[in-house]
Ligand binder design. Structure first.
Ligand SMILES: [Zn+2]
Ligand SMILES: [Zn+2]
Length: 100
């Protein structure tokens, strides 16, 4: 059985920037300070952890749905994006509840 790699970077206690200009580029070495949600509608939500430099680059090139400062919770599997403008954040979602 093949499963997606949900932890592409080792957990070192720092949030790793997940932005790269090309998929084959090596991982960005800068710690992430922003958590970006590209879409918060439907089931195809995609999030990116980004360092300050990549946040600027991405914001210039793309339109994101929401963002908030990255916390350690953002890097946990199974978290839900709590939409609460302007203070959205990631919360650990209970498995028997709708994370939204
Ligand atoms: Zn980066
Ligand atoms: Zn987050």
């Amino acid at each position: 059985m093949r499963t997606p790699d949900l932890t592409p970077t080792p957990r070192t206690g720092t949030l790793q920037c997940g932005a790269t200009a090309h998929p084959t580029d090596p991982p960005c070495p800068t710690p992430a300070t922003w958590h970006i949600a590209w879409s918060l509608t439907g089931s195809d939500t995609v999030f990116t952890l980004a360092c300050p430099g990549h946040m600027t680059d991405l914001a210039e090139q793309y339109d994101y749905a929401d963002r908030h400062p990255a916390t350690i919770t953002c890097d946990m599997p199974g978290t839900g994006w709590l939409i609460n403008h302007p203070d959205s954040r990631c919360v650990i979602a209970a498995t028997d509840q709708d994370p939204r």
